[in-house]
Design a protein around this ligand. Structure first.
Ligand SMILES: NC(=O)c1ccc[n+]([C@@H]2O[C@H](COP(=O)([O-])OP(=O)(O)OC[C@H]3O[C@@H](n4cnc5c(N)ncnc54)[C@H](OP(=O)(O)O)[C@@H]3O)[C@@H](O)[C@H]2O)c1
Length: 306
């Protein structure tokens, strides 16, 4: 627990800044429930995997390679099922979708947690800026591909970020998705996190009138491997600051575990949660027209991919 936690009160959910994933899921029996989790081998994903397993769930634990997925699952027994999902490779994501379908499982929740942050240079993948491609397009293919497997009361949780605020003027850069003319490491990341949020929002619109929910979350700021692309000195500096400000991984995983499992979270379809309570995203994050346009554009992009 950081010093910041001492000054933060719990919100209306009864949870707050320093609530952990174990605390928000205490008393829940997830036996017989199946969760799909991306980025299960590191940081918040690994803690989310641990706590879901602790509560009795079965977890399809996705990592970029079989070795990483197996390594992540090995201490959790048979209910942690290692699977491969490389989000930057559309054919690998489609193969993952087919593998999940072939298992014949019903998914109680999909937690789109994997993400890449602050790539120093503007890189593209199939002509699309890499943060956007990995964090948004990869998950767009995965989640849409598995909607038939989602339970009637299933949940989709998109791990977005407060960094959705850090975007170029105009929000989603529909006419420059290759990053040209606007890219910086933080714009690249924020742009993709805005896309995660808008995706959750538009999905939520489609879920209206059903028992399904789609929620986006900000986990907090946590020192994880997410900083792997940043300068060498960021790690020790964050390690020091960590003592005062940042959340632990146990605290950071709380909001996504809450959104995916807690009975009270079913009322949050289309909302953005932080510390297990609703917070207001930016104007772009609330823009239903931008969300619809992003959906259409993403469909167009994926239909042209090999
Ligand atoms: N930590 C924070 O302060 C913070 C704040 C706001 C939001 N978030 C969000 O929280 C989520 C989890 O981040 P984290 O902090 O736990 O970071 P992390 O420890 O770096 O975990 C990120 C996960 O995403 C996976 N990943 C990266 N690129 C991928 C790809 N191309 N295909 C499939 N998986 C890929 C990583 O796999 P490898 O290990 O193989 O690279 C890793 O498992 C991210 O979406 C991040 O944007 C984090």
């Amino acid at each position: 627990m950081s010093l910041t936690a001492l000054f933060r009160r719990s919100g209306p959910s009864g949870f707050g800044y320093s609530s952990t994933a174990e605390q928000v899921s205490r008393g829940l029996d997830l036996t017989g429930k199946t969760f799909l989790l991306t980025g299960a081998n590191s940081g918040l994903g690994l803690e989310t995997l641990r706590v879901l397993i602790l509560r009795g769930a079965t977890v399809l634990a996705m990592a970029r390679s079989e070795a990483k997925a197996r390594q992540a699952c090995k201490r959790f027994g048979k209910r942690a099922i290692p699977m491969v999902c490389e989000l930057s490779d559309p054919s690998a994501v489609r193969a993952c979708v087919e593998n999940v379908k072939a298992m014949g499982v019903t998914l109680d929740a999909i937690i789109a947690n994997a993400g890449v942050m602050a790539l120093p240079e503007c890189e593209t993948n199939h002509g699309i800026e890499r943060h956007f491609f990995t964090n948004h397009i990869g998950h767009f293919i995965l989640v849409n591909g598995l909607l038939d497997q989602l339970a009637e009361n299933g949940r989709v949780v998109m791990v977005s970020s407060s960094a959705h605020r850090k975007v170029p003027e105009g929000g989603i850069q529909f006419d420059a998705l290759d990053g040209k003319g606007w890219y910086s490491p933080w714009f690249g990341y924020g742009h993709s996190k805005l896309a995660n949020m808008l995706f959750a929002k538009h999905l939520a619109k489609g879920f209206e009138g059903t028992e399904r929910v789609s929620i986006s979350v900000h986990p907090g700021v946590i020192k994880t491997n997410l900083i792997r692309h940043m300068s060498w000195w960021v790690n020790p500096v964050m390690g020091f600051v960590n003592l005062f400000i940042f959340k632990s991984a146990a605290e950071g995983a709380a909001t996504q575990v809450f959104a995916a499992t807690h009975p009270d979270a079913t009322k949050f379809n289309g909302e953005f949660l932080s510390d297990c309570d609703v917070v207001q995203p930016t104007e772009y994050g609330r823009d239903a027209e931008m969300a619809e346009r992003l959906w259409e554009k993403s469909q167009k992009i994926i239909s042209a991919l090999p």
